[in-house]
Design a protein around this ligand. Structure first.
Ligand code: GRF
Length: 197
């Protein structure tokens, strides 16, 4: 299967997918990496792996809708079977959502703590268990059907960075495993249920 991965930051989830895809048996290849900004480690990781990259900045377009159209078209150019949003920090627009199937990874147990500060919010709330969620992207913010989740314990000594790093070690394994199964076995979506074949 052909994967296009969208990133906005360090790209450790992307790196896990690149590493997994180097084994033919994984059943998926990262055919391109897209970003909403330049100068991020995620793009450097793609370049080091010899994977084509593209950047579509919202500010380069006269409207959010124009950006949405442009992004949808850039992604389509790589003919993906699945798009993976791995730390992509923009809300995807209706055209991208219409044209592509997108899987997102989120560093909390949705529906708890959606949005851009999930780890900080979980710490502030004082939960003892948090985790990560792989879900299909719909028009909302982190509201799409849940595909897989993993739990991560919050330690008394945790701050946002230490907790996020611990979540990310679990998150990248969950993402690799889930995306691999979706790529190899296929999946069906019935309402809010995503069934891996
Ligand atoms: C991940 O925890 C992702 O869930 C969140 O931001 C982090 C991105 O990390 N949205 P990386 O860019 O994959 O290292």
């Amino acid at each position: 299967a052909r994967l296009v991965v969208l990133v906005s930051g360090s790209g450790t989830n992307l790196q896990a997918l690149l590493d997994a895809a180097s084994d033919q048996a994984y059943g998926a290849a990262v055919v391109a990496v897209g970003a909403d900004r330049t100068g991020i480690e995620g793009l450097a990781r793609a370049e080091r792996a010899g994977v084509p990259t593209f950047v579509e900045r919202v500010t380069d377009h006269e409207s959010r809708a124009a950006w949405d159209e442009a992004l949808a078209s850039r992604i389509a150019g790589f003919r993906p079977d699945l798009v993976v949003s791995a730390g992509f920090m923009k809300i995807l627009g209706p055209r991208v959502l219409k044209d592509h199937t997108i899987v997102n990874t989120h560093p909390a147990l949705l529906p708890s703590f959606p949005g851009a500060h999930a780890v900080r919010d979980a710490l502030a709330y004082g939960v003892k268990i948090t985790g990560c969620t792989v879900h299909l992207v719909d028009a909302g913010v982190d509201t799409g059907p849940v595909i897989a989740q993993s739990a991560v314990e919050v330690l008394p000594s945790d701050d946002e960075d230490s907790l996020h790093e611990r979540i990310k070690t679990v998150e990248r394994d969950l993402l690799v495993e889930t995306v691999g199964r979706m790529a190899r076995e296929g999946f069906t979506v019935t309402g809010r249920e995503v069934r891996l074949a």
